[in-house]
Design a protein around this ligand. Sequence first.
Ligand SMILES: Cc1ncc(COP(=O)(O)O)c(C=O)c1O
Length: 413
Amino acid sequence: MSAAAPPSSIISVRMFSQRSHWKLNPNPFTQAQEQLRAAGQPILDLTVSNPTCVDLHYEAEIILQALVSPEAMRYNPQPKGLLRARQAVSDYYRKQHDEFDVDPESMILTTSTSEGYSYIFRLLCNPQDEILVPRPSYPLFEFLADLEDVKLVPYPLLYDHGWQIDVPSLYQKVSHRTRAVVVVHPNNPTGSFVSDSERTQLNHFCREYQLSLIVDEVFLTYALDGASRPTFAANREVLTFTLSGLSKISALPQMKLAWLITSGPADRTRPALDRLEVIADTYLSLNAPIQLAAPVLLDQRHNLQPLLLDRIRTNLEQLDRALARAGVCRRLALEGGWYAVLRVPVTQSDEQLVIDIVRKTGVLVHPGHFYEFPSDGFLVLSLIPPPATFHQGITRLLDYLTPEAGTTSLNNP
Ligand SMILES: Cc1ncc(COP(=O)(O)O)c(C=O)c1O
């Protein structure tokens, strides 16, 4: 006699880890998008953050040529990454940051900043140790932390004519399990840089509690005012891990080349680097063609960054003009990065609002709760879609949000 098969929920609990116990069913927002796509309705995507899909001109021949190197036929496993590629990154910092020298030995190449985060979490944390992370911020932190059994403890960014780190809250949130503070410079999606005074306070806080700083600088060069901001790779006050990579610097996320730079007091950086090298050696995840192409791929920033900055400024001007006409919503102050945040009247949850918006106007925007804004009433828009798409999208969006000013909608084109 065969026993009845256990229900699938019991199989899941017995067979799989708790950390992979995600809600895998599509949420109502994703379902709404899927239904519209299945019905063949065109969608104006104002959430797109993939630069390779927004009609930017890439020098394809130069990029592809760089990937063909006879040297790639030899396997040269280097835990930190090939010296030549690390020198190219170091050269990038010298040119970008006023002759600032990054020692290639202080750098580990990774396939992505996500991989960089996972190396750092493994270096610093035992299971259930805590990392302080900004809120609102980048939603992927949750998954990166879950996968390393690390607990995230959010600290708020406060808005008052611009975003600021709530420094006193760091002192309230720190515990004996805290290992590090994450800052995103500039933050996604608030577009706020870490100010000089915040940097000083963060260093003071980390020194006092023996914590490390983890600094995500993927958007550092996208300052709207064109002024260059200092990199934390030069921070020597406390043990600091600075993350960046090609995905934003050269708008080449598909090439999968990123890095983490370790700086700080020598008695901390040396053991940190020795241990990181073992973590990296365990995976050796980078491929040779990309590393050999690093100088050329980094050089592509001279082509892509001006195009993107021009795109971002153009779309932002369009947005501000449309907002001035519409009246009801306002854009929050923004210093850099690829996103804008709108404050909209709270009539329902952000999730229901974005579902209604996409169903009624065909425009896709992100709800603030994806980034853990403190309340409803926030929408997040990407500033990198092609200007014609962006213009059409915000016109429909603002007409929907302020119907009395409306001129277009899907039902009333
Ligand atoms: C703040 C932040 N960090 C990291 C990344 C991802 O970078 P990578 O492609 O190198 O993993 C993103 C992607 O949008 C981001 O917004």
